[in-house]
Write a protein that binds this ligand. Structure first.
Ligand code: NAD
Length: 407
């Protein structure tokens, strides 16, 4: 697939990592759509001061984005590929802003996709009669990365060996996989369909699961600066059991659906960890050891907020719950319900996370999560049909589904 220009949506860690890597690897112009807050202005100032965006650490690249804008009409037209590098709660609003300006036959992808990106995006495409647009999603962000100097330097702490992609239509996956291999400079695996990506979203297991392990028994007393727990390296044996339980729940869904669908990309958590990080893991002998000895996770602390000078409490509104439950665990649990599969560990973690967030994602607030039922996919048959039907039929089907949902 030939690419003349791409656009990256977002102004955070992942977006600032992708832009120079993609520009360097593809040798084509890369624009940035950054409408959030004052990010476009800050990006322009940073890039001007530093002479471009620079990635340091486990991956190195430096490049100038061609254009940085808050106006989609300035950056979306002419893009063969548009990549959303955003938390999942920003997908829908961003898609609504960009879709009217996409070129015929363009591709739009999310990096990472999280749960339910495909039916959410397909609904918006259908509203705009854009069944010519292809969709793709990555199973995870390829890098653990943090901005060092906004608009100037991002540091990559770790890079995955291989990341899976799925597309809609699924038949085009090889085309997008080979483009992404060139763009990202790493191995891209193929997932047979986008439901596999939803279920294979390991962020939904790791982030809420570790938060639960670290803080479900928290006594409410603030931590001093030196006592803030390490997020991954602080994983206890009990915490690892929660992660294993969450992974087992996903595997139960996989087993139930696998006779109908190819879900081989939905790997058990430990298998995913070893495949993704390989040699970065010093001791793969158990799930816990694989986490605590993973070089790419070293030193990362649990999310906390300062309540008085030098005193910290867990930040339950950080992404690890606020994104990974409504765009992760709650989505998989809703799919499990359609499939008639019990998910005991998911239920426990979702209930606890919901209590911290003031939400009942198991019942009252379930439709605030990106669950298939909210998009008119109210049965297992509808969900599977949605995956299998061709794009043109799909647009009609989604319009109908949307009408049903709104009425
Ligand atoms: P980030 O916080 O650095 O950036 C998020 C960007 O999203 C912001 O800079 C802004 O451009 C945009 N945004 C935020 N809120 C918005 C809103 N309400 N409306 C519109 N746009 C908004 O995030 P990141 O670290 O780049 O992460 C991006 C995604 O990758 C997330 O899903 C994250 O969970 C995932 N991820 C990140 C890492 C990492 O190491 N950074 C690793 C694995 C997965």
């Amino acid at each position: 697939m030939e690419v003349h220009k791409i656009t990256v949506c977002g102004g955070g860690n992942g977006a600032q990592t992708l832009v120079p890597i993609a520009a360097h690897n593809l040798g084509c112009p890369v624009d940035i759509y950054a409408p959030f807050a004052d990010e476009a202005e800050r990006l322009r100032a940073g890039v001007a001061a530093h002479g471009g965006l620079e990635v340091t650490g486990a991956v190195q690249a430096q490049a100038q984005p061609r254009r940085i804008s808050t106006d989609p009409t300035e950056v979306i037209p002419g893009s063969d590929v548009v990549v959303l590098v955003l938390p999942a709660f920003a997908h829908e609003s961003t898609l609504r802003q960009i879709i009217p300006f996409l070129d015929e036959g363009a591709w739009v992808g999310a990096m990472p996709a999280r749960g339910g990106f495909d039916y959410c995006a397909a609904q918006i495409l259908a509203e705009h009669n854009r069944d010519d647009v292809g969709l793709f999603g990555l199973q995870t962000l390829p890098w653990a990365c943090r901005i060092r100097e906004y608009g100037q330097v991002v540091h990559v702490l770790g890079v995955k060996n291989v990341v899976d992609v799925a597309t809609r239509p699924a038949a085009k996956v090889e085309q997008i996989a080979s483009l992404l291999e060139r763009m990202l400079g790493l191995s891209i695996g193929v997932a047979a369909n986008m439901l596999a990506l939803t279920l294979a979203n390991t962020g939904q297991l790791i982030h809420p699961g570790i938060m639960y392990g670290l803080f479900a028994g928290w006594d409410g007393r603030p931590f001093g600066t030196d006592d803030v727990p390490l997020f991954y390296q602080g994983l206890s044996e009990e915490g690892a059991q929660t992660l294993a339980g969450l992974s087992d729940d996903v595997q139960a869904i996989r087993t139930r659906l696998e006779p109908t669908l190819d879900l081989s990309a939905v790997r058990p958590l430990k298998a995913w960890l070893l495949r993704s990080y390989g040699d970065a893991i010093a001791d793969p002998s158990s799930l816990r050891r694989a986490f605590v000895t993973n070089r790419a996770y070293a030193g990362l602390k649990a999310p906390v907020r300062e309540v008085s000078p030098g005193q910290f409490v867990p930040d339950f509104h950080a992404r690890y719950l606020a994104e990974d439950v409504p765009f992760g665990l709650a989505v998989s649990r809703a799919i499990a319900r359609l499939a008639g599969v019990e998910t005991p560990t998911m239920d426990e973690v979702i209930a606890w996370a919901g209590a911290q967030l003031g939400k009942d994602y198991l019942d009252r607030d379930a439709s605030e999560a990106r669950i298939p039922q909210k998009y008119g996919l109210g049965s297992l048959e509808a969900l599977i049909t949605f995956l299998e039907v061709k794009q043109d039929l799909c647009a009609k089907c989604m319009k109908l589904a949307d009408k049903n949902y709104r009425s």
